[in-house]
Write a protein that binds this ligand. Structure first.
Ligand code: 5BU
Length: 264
């Protein structure tokens, strides 16, 4: 049986600067929790980021659902990410030709490349899409990165096993920029690739219902059984009575599951 490698060791092993930085934060803060800040008010997002920031390694945004977006507030979010030492992940899911995603990533209203540490992309468009994002990222001194969506959490999605396998291959071919996957279970033994998993709630059946096809699994299942590295939690935290307290519970549960996996 293969030995599990710690986040700390993986930070040492990988040559990808973004992965290195993330693994370092995870081991320093003892957190493999990503908070999905899916709110429509930027002021609320900033308040939550300040409260929950100490307990997360990543804050995930959908910048285009905010009603009061502006670049000053983006700067405040960046300041909070420095204050609390978390990374900003814009869940943009790029999926077009290289030339277009390059502009979508760096231009427009949101200028995502300026403030996000990393983004994600569907693998459907192939290497040109990855290449376009990579080119836009090259203008920055600090590391930027991208995750490929290898699996989806929602019911009846069209991704099959072959698509997932081809996605892993695409990531291997671009491992200077692609440092992992959005997925539901571990896909590769390459320790440099991180596995980040959405669709998480404590009580997957009795939790908040989602009538739009989202499927939930528990933090323990995701980390221990499915061998993912980071859990993504949105409504499990947002809809709870005390988001900061609930986030701490998710953080502790996910990290304990990781420690258990290391010692198995
Ligand atoms: P939830 O409230 O914890 O269900 O939110 C999950 C978040 O993760 C939400 O922002 C989705 O857009 C995102 N997500 C997902 O749920 N499933 C996927 O397969 C991918 C992203 Br990719």
């Amino acid at each position: 049986k293969e030995k599990e490698i710690s986040f700390e060791e993986r930070a040492e092993i990988t040559n990808n600067k973004m992965a290195k930085k993330l693994f370092q934060i995870m081991s320093l803060k003892q957190s493999n929790l990503c908070f999905s800040a899916d709110v429509e008010s930027f002021d609320l997002l900033l308040k939550l980021a300040d409260e929950i920031g100490p307990n997360i390694c990543i804050l995930k945004t959908h910048i285009d659902i905010l009603n009061d977006f502006n670049m000053d507030k983006v700067q405040e979010l960046v300041n909070l990410s420095i204050k609390h030492n978390f990374l900003i992940f814009e869940d943009r899911k790029f999926a077009d030709i290289g030339n277009t995603v390059k502009s979508q990533y760096s231009g427009g209203v949101y200028k995502i490349s300026q403030w996000s540490n990393f983004v994600n992309a569907h693998s459907i468009a192939g290497s040109g899409c990855v290449q376009g994002l990579k080119e836009a990222a090259l203008q920055y001194d600090e590391p930027k990165g991208c995750l490929l969506i290898a699996q989806l959490s929602c019911k009846n999605n069209l991704i099959d096993k072959t698509y997932t396998e081809k996605t892993v291959k695409l990531a291997e071919e671009h491992s200077d920029f692609i440092f992992g996957f959005i997925c539901q279970n571990k896909l590769t033994d390459n320790p440099g690739f991180i596995h980040i998993t959405p669709g998480i709630q404590f009580n997957e059946n009795n939790g908040m219902s989602d009538n739009l096809g989202q499927q939930y699994t528990t933090p323990e299942m995701a980390i221990l059984q499915n061998k993912c590295d980071v859990i993504v939690v949105g409504r499990g935290i947002l809809k709870s009575e005390n988001p900061a307290e609930t986030a701490l519970k998710y953080k502790n549960t996910a990290y304990e599951a990781y420690l258990k996996r290391l010692n198995l």
